[in-house]
Structures are given as C-alpha cells and as structure tokens.
Design a protein around this ligand. Structure first.
Ligand code: PLP
Length: 289
C-alpha cells in the first residue's frame, strides 16, 4: 500500500517523509493533534476539529503557521488523492525543530503533517459486544482540555486496561469518573445523560459536542456534573464516545456487569441519531444499517 502524507505543504509517500530529530514534538512532546473521521471520503466535523486544534495550539502558546481555512482547503484537496473512503485523518502540529532547550525558540516554524488511514466501517448502533472498562488512577496533567501529543499517561492507562482484558481505561479520581484514556464517558440516569464537565481533566470531545446537540434535539436532558464511581456502576446505561468509535455501549466495568449488560434504549436512540447526522453531513451510507 502506497500511503501518502502531507508534510509542511508537500505531498509525498508516507514512508519517505522525514522530520529532524530535534523536532520539539519528538524531544518534548511539544505539539498538538487531531483525529478526524472520514465517511465515504468526506471528513466529518472538520471545522469543529480544526477549531479545537487552534484552541489546543493556543493552550501551549504555539502559533500555527496556517489558518484554519488554509488547513481545511489542503485537507480537502489531499484526501481524494489517498483514495481512502472509510478511515481517519491523523493531523499533527509540533512547535518545529530547534536546538534542544526547554525555553521556546524565538522563531520556530511548526511542523504540520496529516495523513489518512483506512478504518473498517463501524457496526450498526447497538450491535456488537459492549465495551469493557477498567478503572485506573488519573495520572495525567491538569490541562487535559488540550489535545496534546504527550499521551504517555493515556498510553500506560490503556495498556493497564488491555492487560486486564478490558477495552478502555476509565480514569477515577477521588471517587469521581472523569473520562477514559481515549474517549469521553457518559451515564444515563432516567432520561438524563450525565457526563463530567470539560476542563482540566476532560477533553472537549468533538463526538461529545455533537452528542450534546443531538440529545437536546431529541429532548433528552444533557447534564454536566461530576459522576461518582458508585453512581456509574449502578446507572441505567453507560457509554463512551470518540471519533473512531462513535458511541460504544459499555457492558462491563472492572469485570462487573453495568448498564444492564446491554445497549440501553437511550444510548441506542442517541447513536441512531448520530448516524443520521453523519449521513446528512457526509452523504455516506457506510454503516447506516
Ligand atoms: N478523551 C480523550 C482523552 C481522547 O483521547 C479522546 C479522543 O481521542 C476523546 C476524549 C474523544 O474525543 P473525540 O470525540 O474528539 O474523538
């Protein structure tokens, strides 16, 4: 497979792309990123992702060398060249290359790149086995609203979950569930969807953003408040969201059955409505069963 990459304005085979060893992303994890889902060759919520990228870059005081509009135009030009229809765009911006020094260099040119990876279309809402969660302590920094490439705490957490036979690591701090290592977490209590507010310990997920809009359209209350672990364990439904998984219902948590061990009716309604929205915005029929 001859994968392509866009690197600082040039398109080339992914295998040939090179960034200097003094790239600050490589040495300090000094950079930010986005993952954007492609449906039938069209990016979903591209504008929202690029807005978040700008906020993340501002959060680490990193000037992006391109406007959102220019980046968007380049992405839309690049994607058809890859021939990938179902997949994701990985987009990364680091502060650039400079002699190693903790202090930001005066004139640093960011290294911006993106490429596309094929992903299998997702199953129909409610189908498939539910996700299993594994509780881990939250050992991340306090700026989790920034989509930083410094993901080591998330990587270790996810590996801990994988070793326990689970799909996702759920961060619990002082008895409160914040989010997961690569997804936002929600419970359903009655006809209410409840999730931790975004901020120091929760990324403003784009799927979360769309879900909030959808919940309001469906007349389902969307409540942002801390959720205690015990409350989550006995919630009517539990689910997680992310760009690559959309919505996954959660059936097990720390090897115990949660949310009745099935995809609950509120989760199902939300997921069907999300698919509908994806279909409207991308014209894609993939996974629209
Ligand atoms: N929270 C974390 C820590 C994540 O890494 C992600 C996605 O990778 C999410 C939440 C979900 O965000 P999004 O819906 O934008 O993919």
């Amino acid at each position: 497979m001859n994968e392509l990459i866009w690197l600082n304005g040039e398109v080339m085979p992914l295998a040939e792309a090179k960034v200097g060893v003094e790239d600050r992303g490589y040495q300090f994890a000094d950079g930010v990123y986005e993952v954007i889902r492609l449906y039938d060759g069209r990016p979903f919520t591209l504008r929202e992702h690029l807005e978040r990228l700008e906020k993340s870059a501002a959060g680490i005081q990193m000037p992006l060398s391109m406007t959102r509009e220019a980046l968007s135009a380049e992405i839309l030009k690049f994607v058809p060249r890859t021939k990938v229809r179902e997949g994701m765009i990985y987009l990364q911006a680091t502060r650039g290359c400079a002699a190693r020094n903790h202090v930001f260099p005066a004139n640093c040119q960011p290294n911006i790149l993106f490429y596309v990876r094929h992903l299998a279309p997702l199953e129909a809402p409610g189908a498939g086995p539910g996700a299993a969660l594994h509780t881990v302590p939250d050992e991340r920094w306090k700026k989790c609203w920034i989509k930083s490439i410094a993901l080591l705490a998330n990587v270790l957490a996810k590996n801990q979950a994988a070793s326990a036979g689970a799909d996702e690591a759920a961060f619990v701090e002082d008895g409160v569930v914040t989010e997961c290592s690569a997804s936002n977490l929600f419970i359903v209590a009655g006809e209410r969807v409840v999730t931790h507010p975004i901020g120091p310990k929760v990324l403003p997920g784009i799927t979360r953003l769309v879900l909030e809009q959808i919940a309001r359209q469906l007349g389902i209350d969307f409540v942002e408040r801390p959720v205690r672990f015990e409350e989550a364990m006995r919630a009517d439904e539990v689910f997680i969201t992310s760009t690559t998984r959309e919505i996954s219902w959660v059936g097990k948590w720390d090897a115990k059955v949660v949310g009745g061990g099935r995809c609950g009716p509120v989760t199902l309604r939300l997921h069907k409505a999300l698919r509908e929205r994806i279909l409207q915005e991308t014209g894609s029929l993939a996974g629209a069963a």
